[in-house]
Design a protein around this ligand. Structure first.
Ligand code: ZN
Length: 169
């Protein structure tokens, strides 16, 4: 009880970290950061396999100590089949608001070999900012290759890492 009161009145900020991986497969659409990117391969998964939005959702849930994306949106549930991950982000934002948290900022890094995503970064920032109720400057998205090393380098998969800061409302 004391801890709950202490948390509510004195614990102003909380950090969260998320990571996600998806295989890349022929014949799938590539969705990253809520944006469709033309490419011969796309993320393989139960949902639209948006690796960046999933990492951000996990970071948000982690910051609020609400478990992970698999608990809230299980891939065994047919209602999440091919779901647009922007809906998952929206629902995650609602979950943290219910806990009296507000997103301050996001920092994220994508690891993929191909395609170059720099031309799409601003659109991703705008998309995520709109859903999350922040401004574009609060959504940092960086990208790197792995210099042809490992599964990312062989274009078999993609990774996203995200860190978020929440503050109590
Ligand atoms: Zn995922």
């Amino acid at each position: 009880m004391f801890l709950q009161i202490f948390t509510k009145f004195f614990m102003a900020i909380r950090i969260g970290f998320g990571v996600d991986f998806h295989q890349l497969a022929e014949g799938r659409n590539l969705w990253i950061g809520g944006v469709h990117i033309p490419h011969q391969k796309g993320g393989f998964g139960h949902s639209d396999a948006d690796v960046l939005l999933h990492a951000i959702c996990d970071a948000l849930l982690g910051a609020a100590c609400l478990g992970d994306i698999g608990i809230h949106f299980p891939d065994s549930d047919q209602k999440y089949k091919n779901i647009d991950s922007k809906i998952l982000l929206q629902q995650t934002i609602e979950l943290i608001r219910k806990e009296s948290y507000r997103l301050v900022n996001i920092d994220s890094t994508l690891c993929l070999q191909e395609p170059k995503i720099k031309p799409y970064i601003q659109q991703m920032q705008q998309t995520i900012a709109r859903i999350a109720g922040v401004v574009e400057k609060d959504v940092s998205i960086k990208a790197t290759t792995t210099e042809q090393m490992g599964f990312v380098g062989r274009e078999e998969g993609v990774i996203a890492y995200a860190t978020v800061l929440l503050e109590t409302i």
